[in-house]
Design a protein around this ligand. Sequence first.
Ligand SMILES: O=C(O)CCC(=O)C(=O)O
Length: 268
Amino acid sequence: MLTAKQRFLMDTYGYVVIPDVVEADLIERTRLAMDRMDAELPTAEHSENYPDGKPRKLTGTPYFSKFGPCIEYDPVFLEMAMHPKVLAYAEEIVGGRVRYEEQECSINRRNPNEHQTDIQSYGWHRGISPDFSRYAVEGRSHYLWIKAIVFLTDIGPDDGGTSVIPGTHRAATDREFISQLEPWMVHQVQGKAGSVLLFTESLIHSVTPIRSDNIRYIMITGYVPPFMREYDPPSNPSEAFLAHLNESERTFLTGDQSRRARYDFGRM
Ligand SMILES: O=C(O)CCC(=O)C(=O)O
């Protein structure tokens, strides 16, 4: 359960960082699987038509490797997505049972060719409009599409923690807003390995340049209510993969459950 303080932060800022959620052993196994993926997968060509679920290296530069979807690459990724504590937080914030929406992970390091980047030039984005992402039950806000970013390394002030613009999950904004952004309006998350950043996809956020010599490993999983359509079909798990899972894993990945279970939101 989120504490009163964490609920306040989630609702006011659109994100919260919770320490000590994921165990060291799972972190270690996830990082090893990511290193294997980094060594094995070539960088995907954007023009290629990838089958559903096939793990891809979406970005591959000497300083940034991003993979997605990962779930079929190694069992550790499903274990992470269904981590009981992460799943419980996700259900509490979404407001009911959740379906897996997407999974990506990345390894990044300082790019020595990139000098001071001004805050307006960050890759700011959101996945859903604030108008559609939030609803309230008995005075408590819930969010229809959230992400959990698990820190697989310690993330200090210079280690490229995700940047967010607090409060933007409640505000319609446009390009002009970003051009007027000032550093004090931005938060950059920090935390020890095993911490989890939970945020609504309507919160404007960005990858942050790393200024230290530390390598950052993170694991990102998106959660939505089961009744929401898939955002990105190539992230859907393949039929062959689903065939080998147990019922609760399959239900989590597909959202296929009874109509009653799908729509009884806010009555958990
Ligand atoms: O890598 C990060 O810190 C941010 C990830 C991100 O932008 C996203 O999940 O959409």
